[in-house]
Design a protein around this ligand. Structure first.
Ligand code: HEM
Length: 414
């Protein structure tokens, strides 16, 4: 049985080790028993209709009150009224951080308010993620381990960032205990109603932030990169929305989204070509044999590669390199591929717990932006292939500079 190494961690291992150890080895830091308990609880919470509707409310609010006003402001700020360039990747990172913080512990870091400086928490979080990813690039783990023991350079910085995140997370939990959490809807308050252990609560919250922030931003960035070169897909999404929701009518409910099959197909197709988690590793706990008969020795690192798997002709056909949302439709209805052939959210017992939330978030953003704006690549970007920086999630090096123009023919009523 292949298991990730963190399942063997001793109980109560402090959070200060999570960011360091989660590189390619999973996200939670608890042992097998409590991990399963935590996972069960987390999925129970996320599967609830009330939780999904709450997530939908947050995302919608962030879009209507921050994302759209921000994009509209860059359209009107240009001298000729034709728009100015904007780094859409940076905007999506800010958007998804605000959304996941509000969802996870009811805290609004206001990253999309560009006029405000980024909070201490956001800066520390970014720094810790970056430094953790850089560990993977050191020629040998011994280097960073020695630096950690001696508390030097990047390891010293990492420790400081983690301390900031740790103490802010503790502060949030303490404040919630003071003001009461019985009626609050965020994830932390829901967990606090049944869990006492403070470090456990802190780990849940930080794990969700880690898992839900850069992944969504990455998926949205790649989607809009593809849309820039496939205006026909943007038109098809708009047409479907007008047909299903009504001309110039916004989404009325979370459930109405299920009827947008082409939109869903376009999102799945975009993540087939550009999965946010491009590869992911597991470590074999004991000698094992893979289903195809390959022997795997205890301690071996096994990596699955969604980016490569999305480009395999035997799975996707001879047109596997093309962006074709229609491949996900049967008689106009979206059908899911076998998750073991499309492991973007990791299949099996360890499937992403935020999968539904992530797809909902993406659909809501894509729909809102495409119906209100024309978003074009900066001229020099349009013909190039995307280049990614090394990191835990796919990030376009140089960002995604776009030109945003308001579509004059539409006023969406929500
Ligand atoms: C497009 C966006 C997303 C993608 C592609 C994605 C993908 C993944 C993948 C591949 C894993 C497995 C990681 C591993 O075990 O090594 C994972 C785990 C996880 N994801 Fe997501 N994720 C996304 C968004 C989200 C969101 C928005 C949330 C939270 C609301 C979330 C919560 C989680 C959690 C809690 C786990 C850990 C599950 C476990 O360890 O058993 N994810 N995700």
């Amino acid at each position: 049985m292949l298991k990730t190494r963190f399942e063997n961690y001793p109980k109560g291992k402090p959070f200060s080790t999570i960011l360091g150890d989660f590189l390619g080895q999973g996200i939670f830091n608890v042992d097998g028993h409590s991990w399963r308990f935590q996972r069960k609880m987390a999925s129970l919470e996320l599967d609830r209709h009330s939780v999904r509707s709450y997530a939908y409310e947050i995302v919608n609010h962030e879009i209507e009150h921050r994302l759209i006003p921000l994009l509209s402001s860059v359209c009107s700020n240009s001298d000729d009224g034709n728009g100015v360039f904007l780094d859409l990747q940076d905007v999506f990172k800010r958007f998804s951080f605000d959304s996941i913080c509000k969802f996870s512990f009811g805290l609004d870091p206001m990253c999309l308010e560009l006029s405000l400086p980024l909070s201490k928490f956001t800066i520390a979080f970014d720094m810790a993620s970056k430094l953790s990813a850089e560990r993977a690039m050191t020629p040998s783990p011994i280097i960073w381990k020695i630096k950690r023991i001696l508390n030097l350079g990047s390891e010293k910085q990492l420790k400081e960032s983690i301390n900031i995140i740790d103490s802010l997370a503790k502060e949030v939990i303490a404040r919630k205990r003071e003001v009461g959490f019985s009626t609050q809807k965020d994830l932390l308050s829901r967990f606090m109603r049944s869990v006492e252990d403070e470090s456990y609560l802190r780990d849940i919250v930080v794990s969700f932030l880690l898992a839900g922030r850069d992944t969504v931003a990455s998926a949205l960035t790649s989607f809009f990169w593809l849309i820039g070169t496939h205006p026909n897909v943007a038109s098809a999404i708009r047409l479907e929305a007008d047909r299903v929701l009504g001309l110039n009518q916004g989404l009325k409910s979370f459930d109405q989204m299920q009827e947008l099959h082409y939109l869903q197909s376009a999102i799945y197709e975009s993540m087939r070509l550009y999965p946010p988690v491009q590869f992911d590793s597991k470590f074999c706990e004991q000698d094992d044999v893979l289903p195809d008969g390959t022997f795997v020795r205890k301690g071996t690192r096994v990596t699955y590669h969604p980016y490569a798997m999305g480009r395999i002709q035997e799975i996707w056909g001879s047109d596997c390199m093309e962006f074709k949302p229609d491949r996900w439709l049967k008689d106009g209805v979206f059908f899911k591929e076998n998750p073991f052939q499309y492991p973007v959210f990791q299949p099996g017992h360890r499937v992403c717990l935020g999968k539904e939330m992530a797809v909902m978030e993406m659909k809501t953003v894509v729909l809102s932006l495409l119906r209100r704006f024309n978003i074009e690549h900066a001229a020099h970007e349009s013909s190039s292939v995307p280049r990614f920086s090394p990191g835990l999630t796919a990030t376009l090096s140089g960002g995604l500079p776009v030109l945003v123009k308001e579509r004059t023919s539409t006023t969406i009523e929500s």
